[in-house]
Design a protein around this ligand. Structure first.
Ligand SMILES: [Zn+2]
Length: 432
């Protein structure tokens, strides 16, 4: 991932931004979790002990100097011993996140390690996952147990038995993205298991998938940015941020595009954290070529083909929300005959086997003549629409419906709406 400005902020500011993001995404409680950064000179900045995570400010972050002296208005986090032990075991790591998010804690208390091969990018981002035996919080003993796991250089994330998770990174964005992606994997696996079997990809399938990405796209130099084009950029940034806020997109995955003129369009860049995308990161695509100096999302060729073959489509969102992905990973049919809103907005949502989106571009693009949304097994969901806001709404409706189906699975099987009711909706809402 491209490194963003957050890494140029002061350590206490970085910690403050990230803890706020983690708290607002429901990945820590007010009291739980702690974050630290190791400075180039060996000083460590860390969250304080016993201060509300929902209202933390830059002034609350504590500095522990290399000589052990403490600067700041509070006591440092009581888990400082294991932060210190990890930095000692792995000098290349300079940022640590520890928390008790529900998905990872589920694995911690079942004493299992999540298999991140559920989607292609997750394994690469999360790496292999370690598992540290239980130790009393705040103790040197816990520090030693965790450091022992981190001595294995393959691990940048360790599940803590009956406690939570701790992750390291080469900077704050690196560790945050790993944390968010790993929690996404856990929630997806849990939800997939509630409705069916969890199917994982082999390492070969993932390697082949990455190999199939179109490597180079032609560029053009004379780029112009008329006002209508700039307006689309700002609309896209707002929708991406909203998707992240609503838990519909994570930093490490998600593509949004909007038709501009004819078959020219704007699309998200490759390898920029979704939370932090700015209007000038968005890539203009003209005649199938990208504006100079920018790299578009990997699925740019498919987006181009969808616009060419479907004049009614003006925007596309590709993402991985946990309940839709539970269907894509369990390969369980996503039946939207749940409530009238779901069926009216989405109609039937087919599933396509993994890997097809790069080998059968025309076939997939043509499917959108008749379908608004398509699930790609072990990969993502594609949602299309006329205006970008409508497309976002369809995505929300789809994820809500998928969530209800996951929840219903523990009550009883879906009792779908009947053909008579569907025909009635078809007439009443003028659905083709
Ligand atoms: Zn803890």
């Amino acid at each position: 991932m491209k490194q963003l400005d957050i890494n140029l902020m002061h350590p206490s500011e970085q910690i403050n931004v990230i803890i706020g993001r983690i708290y607002r995404s429901g990945m820590t409680t007010t009291s739980g979790g702690n974050i630290s950064i190791k400075d180039a000179n060996g000083d460590i900045w860390i969250t304080p002990s016993g201060v509300d995570k929902g209202s933390l400010t830059v002034k609350d972050i504590i500095l522990i100097k290399k000589d052990g002296s403490i600067v700041g208005p509070h006591k440092p986090s009581s888990e400082y011993p294991f932060h210190k032990a990890i930095y000692k075991a792995r000098p290349e790591l300079t940022a640590i996140i520890h928390a008790h998010p529900p998905g990872l804690v589920a694995f911690s208390i079942a004493r299992k390690v999540p298999d991140t091969n559920i989607v292609p990018q997750a394994r690469d981002i999360c790496g292999e996952i370690g598992f540290a035996p239980y130790g009393c919080p705040g103790s040197e003993d816990l520090g030693e147990k965790i450091a022992t796991e981190f001595k294995n250089k393959r691990y940048k994330a360790v599940i803590m038995e009956n406690h939570g998770v701790v992750l390291g990174g080469t900077n704050m964005m690196d560790v945050y993205q790993r944390f968010e992606t790993l929690e996404f994997c856990c929630r997806t696996i849990v939800n997939a298991g509630r409705i069916g079997n969890v199917n994982v990809l082999t390492d070969e399938q993932i390697a082949q998938y990455i190999h199939h990405f179109p490597k180079n796209i032609a560029h053009y130099m004379d780029v112009e940015y008329p006002s209508d084009e700039r307006a689309l950029r700002s609309d896209m940034v707002k929708i991406i941020r909203r998707a992240c806020d609503q838990g519909l997109m994570i930093s490490t995955y998600g593509t949004v595009s909007v038709r501009w003129h004819y078959n020219d369009f704007l699309i998200t860049p490759r390898d920029v954290a979704r939370w932090d995308i700015q209007p000038n990161d968005i890539v203009q695509i003209k005649n199938g070529m990208a504006e100079a100096g920018k790299v578009p999302s990997r699925s740019v060729a498919l987006h181009h083909r969808i616009y060419q073959l479907n004049p009614h489509i003006n925007s596309i969102i590709t993402t991985q929300p946990v309940n839709l992905m539970a269907h894509a990973v369990s390969r369980k049919a996503f039946d939207v005959r749940t409530i009238p809103e779901s069926w009216i907005f989405l109609q039937d949502v087919p599933s396509v086997p993994f890997g097809l989106i790069y080998n059968e571009i025309d076939k997939i693009a043509t499917m959108f003549n008749h379908h608004r949304a398509i699930l790609i097994e072990n990969d993502c969901v594609f949602v299309t629409g006329d205006k970008l806001l409508n497309t976002f709404d369809y995505l929300e409706v789809a994820e809500f419906s998928a969530n209800s189906l996951v929840m219903a699975s523990s009550i009883g099987p879906l009792q779908p709406m009947g053909d008579k009711e569907i025909d009635e909706l078809r007439i009443a809402f003028n659905v083709k």
